[in-house]
Design a protein around this ligand. Structure first.
Ligand code: ATP
Ligand code: MG
Length: 330
């Protein structure tokens, strides 16, 4: 594909994140449906070109568990990344629609994410850095794939410069400033799997209906709007939406509990890790797997490759559950 913005027809918006928005588009010359991610970055043209070069690695990523990449280009001042469109959307949207996800399906999600992470790391030495339900996508064939991994160091830097994001899927060691490793992704996977199985973010109170929580989509971000050089209509729209979100308050509320971002980060560092509860409701092998993902000491925590050998994952691999049929229910 030689992608040019003029060849892409906007169909509709798929969602908004911290760093930009994603639209369903049609590549008119070929009729291909794609997801186009518009990344807002405040960077010099030379840096943007560097990012574009780094993103080209994604052309070499080929796995059933990784979103495929069509190409990226600069659409001044933004960077656009075109990728495979996943028609059932992300798992956060799915559980918010259908409720807690069946533990056997969650097992398949764990398997897919571990396969994807192992592929990225073993073949390309890439650490994902942003595992969470909104970055795990599903399609009507029942495939589960991960997206939004950290391929470009420059892109990671530019976004970090622009947004003071405080992701709540962050591992205790990352909160304390340690380097990212594949094991930080394993922590984020553990948190995400509990969220899918319970149908709510695990650090919220049990009695919470997650209507407040869903405002934050798992990301509590005291982001300051970036001083952008030229503001496009799209950017202005996004800033407005972000302000609206922000004005709802930067607190995580559920039932009787209200946690500020700082309290939440302190909680992750100081308190015991969340677990799949109540005990006995889920298969013991699932509990055991998630406990291993959520070991607070990264030296004790396993790598994605090790976790692929766990009994629960073996079970998921041989499970005959029909994900295509499951995906046809929503
Ligand atoms: P954050 O910006 O904090 O990472 P996010 O992952 O929700 O949050 P985006 O990556 O911008 O933000 O994605 C916005 C939404 O677009 C996602 O929640 C997802 O539902 C949808 N989406 C992203 N990529 C695709 C895709 N390839 N196919 C279908 N839907 C997608
Ligand atoms: Mg995303």
């Amino acid at each position: 594909f030689d992608l040019r913005n003029e060849d892409l027809k906007d169909l509709h918006e798929l969602g908004q994140g911290n760093g930009g928005s994603v639209k369903k588009v049609e590549h008119v010359p070929t009729g291909t449906i794609m997801a186009k991610k518009i990344v807002l970055i405040d960077a010099k043209p030379s840096v943007r070109k560097q990012i574009l070069r780094e993103l080209q690695i994604m052309h070499d990523c080929s796995s059933n568990y990784i979103i495929s990449f069509y190409g990226a280009f600069i659409s001044d001042p933004n960077i656009c990344i075109c990728m495979e469109f996943m028609d059932k959307g992300s798992l956060d949207g799915i559980y918010k629609k259908i409720g807690p996800i069946d533990i056997d399906v969650v097992g398949k999600v764990a398997l897919a994410v571990l396969e994807g992470l192992t592929y990225l790391y073993d073949v390309h030495r890439i650490i994902h850095r942003d595992i969470k339900p909104s970055n795990i996508l599903c399609n009507s064939q029942g495939q589960i794939k991960i997206c939004d991994f950290g391929v470009s160091g420059e892109l990671i830097n530019s976004i970090a410069d622009t947004f003071v994001g405080t992701s709540t899927y962050m591992s205790p060691e990352r909160i304390q400033g340690a380097q990212y490793t594949v094991k930080s992704d394993v922590w984020s996977l553990g948190i995400s799997l509990i969220e899918l199985a319970l149908g709510r973010f695990p650090f919220a109170d049990d009695s919470s209906d997650d209507s407040d929580l869903s405002e934050f989509e798992g990301t509590l971000s005291p982001s300051r709007p970036a001083p952008l050089p030229k503001k496009t209509k799209e950017q202005k729209e996004q800033e407005k939406k972000k302000k609206r979100r922000k004005s709802k308050g930067v607190s995580l509320q559920g039932g009787g509990m209200t946690m500020s971002i700082l309290e939440l980060l302190q909680h992750i560092v100081n308190e015991p890790a969340p677990r799949l509860t109540p005990e006995g409701r889920f298969p013991h092998e699932a509990e055991d797997f998630i406990d291993s993902c959520l070991l607070k000491d990264p030296d004790q925590r396993k790598t994605p490759k090790d976790l692929l050998k766990y009994p629960w994952i073996d079970h998921a691999r041989s499970s005959t559950i029909d994900l295509e049929a499951w995906a046809s229910t929503f």
